[in-house]
Design a binder for this molecule. Structure first.
Ligand SMILES: [Zn+2]
Ligand SMILES: [Zn+2]
Length: 355
């Protein structure tokens, strides 16, 4: 990890300030210009105007997405899922089953999503739902008009700053162009099996490749979501405490959880994960049961990012601006998909049309 200092010009008096990211990144809001005393970084309520999701996209997310898009049949399957199991119907389901957050109903939660959308400079504030569920979780669904869901257990486990951070994490997925793939995975894990039976016949190599590439990318995409979370939360310790609670928080442990011990564990975890191919196999095994990566691994990557200075660059106002064209839409046609993918889609069509 980098220990190097970086130079940041004051946005007020233009004096150059030498900054050690490792020292200040935990609480950048308290860092002032050595010359005029004004805050060196953008205030926490200032929008990151026109920021592009690529500004904070994790390299593992990027490379895994490129790999996923090269797996034959992926485009065909995902498009089918999104089109046939339509996101509009899915949204209707959440509207009927769970509690919708509005400016006048569960107002603090609305404030969190409105604030996060403002900072990330999203065009609109996505709909937020609260879902009664004993597992602490949050997710964003939908491609054209995505919405965010948080569970009741998440609200019980985290404090307000952490809840806001997790909501920002979901908006990060939306901004980084993850929604086509994440929504497809949500449909595969939660809905398609229920609707059309055994979705992925695991003996088929083409389908297996798509499924595992999707799961692997999904875990890497969490690292990007976490960075969006940090851009809003701007408090490293609070972020780590949040991840620690996901990993092992409960009434018994909460008072005893130790930040330093957890950070040390995280640094070890990152090294172990990257250094051996078998670790990736274990990751895939883990991913078969959960779509989320280990929290310690996430914290390790977060430390790297903020110590390297990229985080401070962004909140100092230096980042790539939004592109106009969305080039994330994959281009394979159904004709080119492997025959097993075409067969499977044929079966799904029959099931869905009730034949
Ligand atoms: Zn200054
Ligand atoms: Zn996520």
């Amino acid at each position: 990890m980098s220990q190097d200092s970086r130079i940041y010009a004051c946005r007020g008096c233009e004096a150059k300030n030498r900054i050690f990211p490792r020292k200040v990144a935990a609480r950048p809001n308290n860092v002032n210009c050595g010359s005029c005393g004004k805050p060196l970084f953008l205030p926490p309520d200032a929008p990151l105007t026109a920021i592009d999701g690529s500004a904070y996209q994790h390299p593992l997310d990027k490379s895994a997405l490129e790999m996923l898009r090269k797996v034959p049949g992926t485009n065909t399957i995902l498009r089918f899922l999104i089109r046939e199991l339509s996101e509009r119907r899915l949204r209707m389901y959440f509207q009927q089953a769970y509690v919708k957050v509005t400016p006048v109903h569960l107002t603090p939660l609305y404030d969190h999503i409105e604030h996060s959308a403002h900072i990330l400079d999203l065009e609109m504030v996505p709909q937020l739902f609260v879902m009664n569920d004993p597992r602490p979780n949050a997710f964003a669904i939908g491609v054209d008009d995505p919405f965010v869901v948080v569970t009741t257990a998440l609200l019980d486990t985290l404090d307000e700053a952490q809840i806001r951070g997790v909501i920002a994490h979901e908006l990060g997925h939306i901004q980084a162009g993850h929604q086509l793939y994440r929504t497809a995975l949500y449909l595969i894990v939660n809905l398609a099996q229920f609707l059309v039976g055994n979705l992925i016949p695991m003996r088929d190599m083409a389908l297996k490749a798509i499924y595992y590439a999707l799961l692997y990318w999904n875990r890497c995409s969490e690292l990007t979501g976490d960075r969006a979370q940090m851009l809003i939360q701007r408090d490293y310790e609070s972020y780590v405490a949040c991840e620690m609670k996901f990993a092992g928080g409960c009434n018994y442990t909460n008072g005893m959880l130790n930040m330093d011990a957890f950070l040390e564990q995280a640094e070890e975890a990152v090294k172990m994960k990257e250094e051996h191919i078998l670790n990736r196999v274990y990751s895939s095994m883990q991913a078969a049961e959960t779509t989320h990566p280990y929290p310690v691994w996430r914290v390790g990557h977060m430390s790297e990012w903020i110590y390297d200075g990229n985080f401070l660059d962004i909140i100092h106002g230096t980042y790539p601006a939004r592109k106009t064209a969305d080039d994330l839409e994959p281009q394979e046609s159904e004709e080119d998909a492997p025959s097993s993918v075409k067969e499977l889609i044929g079966q799904w069509r029959k099931t869905l049309s009730g034949k």
